[in-house]
Design a protein around this ligand. Structure first.
Ligand code: GAL
Length: 344
């Protein structure tokens, strides 16, 4: 892996932003900003061409708005927390409410809206940040590190570490929008997806998990065998109505680092395999990706990409039967997700 770096301009608050580029021996390239640890392109070799499978923007100004969180690392707590509040050790914490009275993706200024410290070492590209006690309402000073690397077998690995000095909640993910036919090439209906999950967590109309688990068997959520994303997306199914398509947390089989999902585009021959140590995977078919301009003259619209956000289950402080997102002093939040690209 070789890493190069260039200037990407200055953020609104004057801080300088860097764009890193990770290259491997096969010519695969991944670009990442220190602003939000944002993945801005993933160029994969397939059938003699380079295909950029990641949606993004050309300018920092667009990333500073970034409605939709394109490519960014999400924290302190990914996805929704009901009512923007939770109770920990008998005390109520009120968080920023930025989604119909709920808390979404870390609040008004989540981890995606900060310039992180960055350095290159033998592990790859290391981003660090201290999220202060009280940020967006969360307790505890949280020390974070996110490492990104690219191997010669076309695997982009994102490793997440966090430590706290007080009990807090942590749930980190990455919000890259993938289109394996190439960014800006239209909807992803004919792209195949397989998810190694037998159930998903039910959502209410506001996309908040209720605490119930639903078996995928016999439903449009059955991705246990490869299926085109568009095949059943518009079926008359009550769970699909919440979120206007797929926007659900799948309960992954097994534990430890294992395969979570696999996607494939027959048009380009690009495949992607996702492995993670995390228990959940938010499969989001970009239903809320309102029409907008993307990089290099591309145009994006709903369902023209998909996100596979590895995570702890959303709303887990309310749904006490879910794995706990609480992190105590002395413990480490230590998780890893690998996106490996292949050609078939
Ligand atoms: C997803 C979430 C969606 C939507 C999107 C951002 O992770 O599940 O409901 O909020 O992020 O637009």
């Amino acid at each position: 892996m070789e890493i190069t770096c260039r200037d990407f301009g200055a953020a609104r608050d004057g801080s300088k932003v860097l764009e890193y580029c990770l290259h491997n021996r096969n010519g695969m390239r991944v670009t990442v900003l220190d602003y939000g640890c944002t993945v801005t392109s993933i160029c994969v070799p397939a059938r003699g061409e380079m295909i950029d499978v990641c949606l993004g923007y050309d300018t920092l100004e667009e990333y500073e708005k970034n409605d939709g969180y394109l490519g960014a690392v999400i924290g302190r707590h990914a996805n929704r927390i009901a009512g923007g509040r939770f109770v920990l050790n008998g005390r109520e914490y009120c968080l920023a409410r930025n989604d119909n009275g709920n808390h979404l993706h870390g609040g008004l200024r989540g981890f995606d809206k900060y310039v992180w410290r960055s350095r290159m070492d033998e592990q790859g590209l290391v981003f660090t940040r201290l999220s202060p006690d009280g940020e967006e309402g969360y307790p505890g000073n949280l020390e974070l590190s996110v490492t990104l690397s690219l191997s010669d077998d076309n695997a982009m690995t994102i490793s997440y570490f966090a430590k706290t000095d007080r009990d807090t909640v942590v749930n980190l993910t990455n919000h890259t929008y993938f289109n394996l036919a190439g960014q800006g090439t239209g909807n992803v209906y004919d792209q195949q997806l397989q998810i190694f999950a037998d159930s998903f967590t039910e959502n209410d109309a506001a996309c908040l998990p209720t605490g119930r688990f639903i078996s995928v068997a016999g439903t449009p959520f059955d991705f246990t065998s490869p299926k085109c994303i568009g095949e059943q997306i518009d079926m008359d199914d009550p769970h699909l109505h919440c979120g206007n398509g797929y926007d659900h947390n799948f309960v992954l089989r097994g534990e430890g680092l294992r395969e979570a999902a696999r996607a494939y585009c027959a048009r380009t021959g690009v495949g992607m395999e996702v492995q993670t140590t995390l228990p959940g995977l938010q499969f989001y078919s970009a239903n809320f990706l309102t029409p907008r301009a993307g990089k290099k003259g591309s145009k994006y619209a709903p369902r023209e990409a998909f996100c596979l956000e590895t995570q702890l289950f959303p709303n887990a402080m309310e749904c006490r039967n879910f794995p706990s997102p609480v992190l105590h002093p002395g413990e480490t939040f230590d998780h890893k997700t690998i996106y490996r690209f292949f050609e078939k």
